[in-house]
Unconditional design. Structure first.
Length: 121
């Protein structure tokens, strides 16, 4: 299996794939020297759209808001955030994200999988 090594990914070189709620850019997804999987993508949500219903998963993730206004579900409460904000979704914690602004909201998602993540129910 090919490991992800040191790399550069220029925004305009990553194709945008249209979705029913906006678009997504997949930067990379695969194993590294220390992680079973490292994945980075950017999602653009159209105004009033939700990425998906609140959910939980074993892997942890970081979301960095590039532009727009969103609400995120964290610790059972919806919190409003603007550009430059960072969200950390812990393992198996209920979370969600929705665009509450009048313009598209774009954010980067960074998530990873490790052997420890497989041990969490």
């Amino acid at each position: 299996m090919h490991l992800i090594g040191s790399s550069v990914y220029e925004w305009n070189s990553i194709p945008a794939t249209k979705t029913s709620i906006g678009e997504v850019r997949q930067f990379f997804k695969g194993p590294t020297a220390t992680l079973d999987q490292l994945e980075v993508h950017a999602t653009t949500l159209n105004p009033g759209q939700t990425s998906h219903p609140p959910h939980r998963h074993a892997n942890e993730e970081i979301i960095i808001l590039r532009e727009g206004t969103v609400e995120t579900l964290v610790n059972g409460e919806w919190k409003q955030l603007g550009p430059g904000s960072v969200i950390f979704n812990a393992s198996n914690q209920l979370h969600g994200l929705r665009n509450v602004g009048s313009t598209p909201a774009t954010y980067h998602v960074i998530n990873w999988k490790t052997p420890a993540g497989d041990k969490h129910p």
